[in-house]
Design a protein around this ligand. Structure first.
Ligand SMILES: [Zn+2]
Length: 346
C-alpha cells in the first residue's frame, strides 16, 4: 500500500488498550489496523499516545487576534458585565481600534457591506456570512438575513451567521435563521454562531427554537469560555442537534486569553457547561472533534477505513485533562505515557 505517513503504536478512542497502526495517504486516513503494510515516506511512533482525527475550530475572529492592547480594556467589562446586557456597548468601545485606521474609508465601505459580500462571492468565497443581531430593529434583522439568504441561493453556498450575542431575551435572529433555512430548503447548510440569548429564553421559547433548528437543519457553534452567557449546549446535543465549540477570541476586546487550542477549549467547556462525568466528557470530545463533519461539511477531515468507536471510557478525562498546558494535540493514553506529548501535524 502506498502511504505518505504511517503512525505506529497509536492508541485511538476506539481501540482501548490495544495499540494500532494508522496509514495516511493524500491527507486522509486510509487504514487503521493492528498492522498497516506499506512503505511510507514518514513513520511516526506515537509511543502509546492517543491519536485522534484533526480538530476544526468552528468559530474564530481571526481579524481581532492580539488587538486587546490597542483597544484597551473597557470593552471587556462591558461585554461580560450586567448579564451581557451591554454587549452592544462593548462593540462600540472596541471600535476604538478604528483610530488606528482611516475611518472615513471604513464608514463608506461598511455602508456597502452587502455589495462587498456579493463581490466576495464572485471572488469564490465558500460561505455567506451575516451578523443580524446587531441591527436596531426587527425589520432590519430580518432584512439582513433575507439579503444574505438570497445571495446564498444565487451562488449556491452555505450560510453561517453570528446570532443573538447579548444578554437580551428578546433577540430571535437564530429562530428567524431557522425559519429561512426551512423556506429556502437549506437544511444541513446553515450554521449559527454564539446564540447566547437562548440562555435567557423561557422554556417554551427554547423548545420552539430547537424544533425549528431541527426542521431547518441548523447547526450551532458555541464558545462558552468567552462570556458568562452561552448557548444551552448539552440540551441541544440531547435534542440531536449538531453542536461544535470554537475558540472565538484570542487576546482581543472580548476575551484576554486564547491559544487556539481546541483541547483547551474542550477542557474549559467541561467546567463551564458542567459536563464532568466521563460520558459527558466524551460528548465534549465529540464536539471538538467529530462534529465538524456535520457543522462544516469538510469531509476531507474524515478518517477512512475503520472508524474509532465513540466510547473510550476513562481515557477521555485523561486525554482532555492532560493535554491542557501541554503542546499536545495528541492526548496521553492512560497508563502508557508519563510525560508531555509532542504535537504531530498531519
Ligand atoms: Zn464570536
Amino acid at each position: 500500500m502506498d502511504l505518505d505517513i504511517r503512525i505506529i503504536n497509536a492508541a485511538t478512542r476506539g481501540t482501548e488498550d490495544k495499540l494500532v497502526q494508522i496509514g495516511i495517504r493524500d491527507g486522509s486516513y486510509v487504514r487503521i489496523a493492528d498492522s498497516v503494510p506499506g512503505d511510507p515516506k514518514v513513520e511516526i511512533d506515537a509511543e502509546g499516545n492517543l491519536v485522534t482525527e484533526s480538530f476544526v475550530n468552528g468559530h474564530l475572529h481571526l481579524d481581532k487576534v492580539y488587538t486587546l492592547e490597542k483597544v484597551g480594556q473597557d470593552a471587556l467589562g462591558s461585554y461580560h458585565g450586567v448579564g451581557m446586557g451591554g454587549a452592544m456597548t462593548a462593540i462600540e468601545q472596541a471600535s476604538r481600534i478604528k483610530e488606528s485606521y482611516d475611518e472615513s474609508w471604513i464608514i463608506e465601505n461598511v455602508r456597502r457591506a452587502a455589495d462587498w459580500v456579493r463581490q466576495a462571492m464572485d471572488l469564490g468565497a465558500d460561505v455567506v456570512g451575516g451578523i443580524p443581531w446587531i441591527e436596531f430593529t426587527e425589520a432590519d434583522m430580518r432584512s439582513h438575513v433575507d439579503q444574505m439568504f438570497e445571495l446564498a441561493r444565487i451562488y449556491d453556498k452555505d450560510v453561517s451567521m453570528l446570532v443573538d450575542d447579548a444578554g437580551d431575551s428578546t433577540l430571535r435572529t437564530l429562530e428567524y435563521l431557522a425559519v429561512q433555512s426551512i423556506k429556502y430548503g437549506w437544511q444541513g447548510r446553515v450554521t449559527a454562531q454564539h446564540a447566547r440569548a437562548m440562555a435567557l429564553y423561557e422554556e417554551p421559547v427554547f423548545r420552539r427554537l430547537t424544533a425549528l433548528m431541527k426542521k431547518g437543519g441548523v447547526s450551532l457553534v458555541s464558545d462558552p469560555q468567552t462570556g458568562p452567557l452561552h448557548a444551552r449546549v448539552e440540551d441541544l446535543v440531547k435534542e440531536g442537534l449538531p453542536v461544535a465549540l470554537g475558540q472565538d477570541d484570542i487576546a482581543d476586546a472580548y476575551y484576554p486569553f486564547g491559544r487556539n487550542n481546541m483541547l483547551e477549549v474542550g477542557f474549559l467547556a467541561c467546567h463551564l457547561l458542567w459536563m464532568t462525568t466521563f460520558p459527558q466528557m466524551e460528548r465534549v470530545y465529540d464536539i471538538v472533534d467529530r462534529f465538524r463533519r456535520q457543522s462544516s461539511g469538510h469531509s476531507g477531515f474524515r478518517a477512512q477505513g475503520r472508524q474509532p468507536r465513540q466510547s473510550c471510557g476513562a481515557d477521555s478525562a485523561e486525554c482532555l485533562e492532560s493535554s491542557v498546558g501541554s503542546r499536545s494535540s495528541i492526548g496521553r493514553h492512560q497508563g502508557r505515557q508519563g510525560g508531555e506529548t509532542d504535537q504531530i501535524e498531519l
